[in-house]
Design a protein around this ligand. Structure first.
Ligand code: SIN
Length: 332
């Protein structure tokens, strides 16, 4: 059933029927739970203890977050865009400019791409003046890993295969984990997935981590994904939901080991729809979060932002993070 639904949404020959895709939108915000076929209900939830949470620049106050669960998929939580526009831009720039750099690992094949591109993709892309080569380099980037590197072949983490986990992203993950009551969560492995329009991610479960009970946090930016969340087997019919720019999805509890996939990316945003509210960035206290203050400032500059905006015009970026070790373990 999962594969069939995946195929229907992926199909290029027919337009998929989008009426059943769960849209977490204003009707829920107004207090009316949405009921879909299959009796799937989107419910708004409130987190306790968020009053005392120390938030970060670029993140709205946790008491204003709009968070939802799906009754048919216990453990799935979607926080609808808790970022400010500047916050979204900051994390997009980190995912494009900084994270795909050595010593992080990228998918780019050494037979097809020079070391200079494989070690600093965004820089070389920015320097490239040939339109065909630019497109080739741009569309080839599909993933970056850091922290414990996910091994796509063996699906086994290795103590020796790690790169530093960025402090600012660590703080971001811990903020969301704390809000949900997972104050012991340790972000240890991250995958950034880059999705040009037309790309997909087929159905899979995330079971490589020795720790399978810690939640998985997933941040979406750019164009909208149709995301399928199924059950523990491929037999169960998945639910399709829209993941939009800025959404944070948490796979916790029962859903942590469930099948999921991205069968389609839909273009819903243009740079013109994204306006920057010019917060006074000079007053922002970046200090304890190790955020890059210059970058947080620069993403508000139209010239600096233009190449990022242009990339996101036909792409989606998702960054997901897991805890690998069990509580009390210091290494694999
Ligand atoms: C993944 O499952 O690795 C990524 C999911 C997504 O892109 O939303």
């Amino acid at each position: 059933m999962f594969k069939l639904v995946f195929k229907q949404f992926k199909s290029k020959s027919t337009s998929p029927d989008l009426t059943e895709v769960v849209r977490i939108d204003d009707s829920v915000v107004k207090g009316i739970d949405q009921q879909h076929s299959d009796n799937n209900i989107v419910q708004r939830i409130l987190f306790s203890n968020v009053e005392s949470l120390q938030t970060m620049p670029g993140i709205k106050s946790p008491k204003d977050w709009r968070s939802y669960t799906l009754t048919n998929h216990p453990g799935i939580i979607v926080i609808r865009n808790p970022f400010s526009e500047r916050g979204r831009r900051y994390w997009i720039a980190r995912c494009l400019r900084d994270y795909p750099r050595t010593p992080n690992i990228v998918n780019l094949n050494e037979r097809l791409f020079d070391e200079s591109i494989r070690s600093d993709w965004w820089k070389q892309l920015s320097l490239c003046s040939d339109a065909n080569e630019f497109q080739r380099i741009k569309s080839a980037m599909r993933w970056t890993t850091f922290g414990y590197h996910h091994n796509w072949d063996t699906k086994i983490y290795d103590e020796e295969m790690q790169s530093p986990f960025p402090e600012d992203f660590n703080s971001l993950c811990r903020l969301f984990a704390q809000a949900l009551g997972y104050s012991d969560f340790k972000p240890e492995a991250a995958i950034v997935n880059y999705y040009p329009l037309g790309s997909t991610l087929s159905g899979h479960t995330d079971h490589s981590e020795p720790n399978k009970s810690a939640p998985l946090f997933s941040f979406s930016f750019g164009q909208t994904a149709i995301f399928l969340i199924g059950g523990r087997t491929l037999e169960e019919k998945p639910t399709a939901i829209y993941l939009q720019c800025g959404d944070v999805m948490i796979m916790s509890g029962e859903s942590r080991l469930c099948y999921h996939a991205v069968p389609r990316i839909i273009k819903t945003q243009t740079s013109a729809t994204l306006t920057l509210i010019n917060e006074d960035v000079d007053d922002v206290d970046i200090g304890t979060n190790s955020m890059d203050k210059d970058l947080f400032h620069d993403v508000g500059n139209p010239q600096f932002w233009e190449p990022f905006s242009s990339y996101m015009d036909d792409s989606r970026v998702n960054i997901n993070v897991r805890q690998v070790l069990n509580p009390g373990e210091l290494k694999l």
